[in-house]
Design a protein around this ligand. Structure first.
Ligand SMILES: Nc1nc2c(ncn2[C@@H]2O[C@H](COP(=O)(O)OP(=O)(O)OP(=O)(O)O)[C@@H](O)[C@H]2O)c(=O)[nH]1
Ligand SMILES: [Mg+2]
Length: 296
């Protein structure tokens, strides 16, 4: 199924409410108020919704737009532009390169890693998974199942091991085996938040020391259903790790979609992939224009 069809059903509520406002209104100040309200309800966030509406108002005036369809096309263009903030593809230019996957518990990190590994192995890349979530024994087991599905290697240690040391081992194995991409899982929950952030910093130091010239992606995984909470999470993680992209999961569910805009704006990095289900092929490259179309 194409990107558009997969996310379209999830975003249906948002699209219907925006379409209603656009097709049954005169383009007057009440229309802009209703639109702003609908964007806020779609998880875009208050400040950004206001900005989008102001931008639309300016363009409609400038171009002398009168028709609802033209207004919609203009808003789609604005949304797509806002979402186009950087390189959408992964930077995997070195051998090995590293993808560090971070995010709070339950958002879909491990599942995303499995799907991503499968995509990369299908492209002929040699992938190595690093079980950096040592907080729960089951975490490495879960990752191992995904390694089986994706047909790639995994490096793991015992529960409670230092994640930085697991990554150290994984890097050594990758160098020895000629691995193309290391994908490192991390814990989403530790005894407290500062432990988690310290752990991520330590992992970052191991990469900087052992693979100083490697291409690196740090992907933050966010659950689209949690809406504006995702923005708060993004701000916290941004303080300790240099996030290069976002994976927005569970867009197949009841997500309203606007959080894509809010998160892109907050982090200044693009959404690179979206998760649209629990199966191995339910991960799709993000396309700003198609997303804008699905949302509107
Ligand atoms: N519908 C849907 N479910 C998803 C998606 N991605 C992940 N899930 C489900 O979300 C749940 C949590 O996924 P995990 O991959 O274990 O999440 P995690 O971030 O690794 O969680 P922790 O290891 O506890 O921090 C699982 O039941 C997944 O199947 C998605 O795109 N769509
Ligand atoms: Mg996990």
């Amino acid at each position: 199924m194409a990107f558009f069809d997969k996310i379209k059903s999830g975003l249906e509520k948002t699209r219907k409410s925006l379409a209603n406002i656009i097709s049954f209104s005169h383009i007057d100040s009440e229309f802009y108020d209703d639109l702003e309200e609908a964007l806020i309800l779609a998880d875009v966030g208050a400040e950004l919704s206001c900005q989008l509406v102001e931008e639309l108002r300016g363009r409609v005036k400038e171009k002398g737009i009168k028709e609802g369809e033209e207004v919609k096309a203009e808003l789609q263009a604005i949304v797509a532009e806002r979402l186009s903030v950087g390189e959408l593809s992964l930077n995997l230019a070195t051998k090995p390169s590293v993808i560090l996957v971070v995010g709070v518990n339950g958002v879909g990190k491990t599942t995303t890693i499995g799907k991503m590994a499968a995509r990369l192995t299908a492209q002929g890349k040699k992938v190595l998974l690093c079980a950096g979530d040592t907080f729960r024994a089951a975490a490495a087991d879960q990752l191992e199942i995904w390694a089986g599905r994706a047909n790639c290697d995994i490096v793991r240690q015992h529960e409670g091991a230092d994640p930085a040391s697991v990554l150290f081992d994984a890097i050594a194995a990758a160098k020895a085996r000629g691995t193309d991409v290391i994908i490192c899982d991390t814990a989403g929950r530790l005894h407290n938040k500062s432990n988690l952030m310290n752990e991520l910093e330590k992992i970052g130091r191991v990469i900087a020391r052992e693979l100083p010239d490697a291409a690196q992606e740090t992907l933050m995984v966010l659950d689209a259903v949690t809406g504006q909470n995702g923005v708060i999470q993004a701000r916290e993680f941004k303080k300790v790790v240099p996030i290069t992209g976002v994976v927005l999961t569970k867009l197949d569910g009841t997500a309203k979609g606007g959080v894509v805009l809010a998160v892109t704006e907050t982090l200044g990095v693009p959404v690179k992939y979206v998760g649209v289900g629990e199966q191995v092929d339910d991960l799709m490259p993000f396309d700003p224009a198609e997303f804008a179309e699905a949302m509107l």
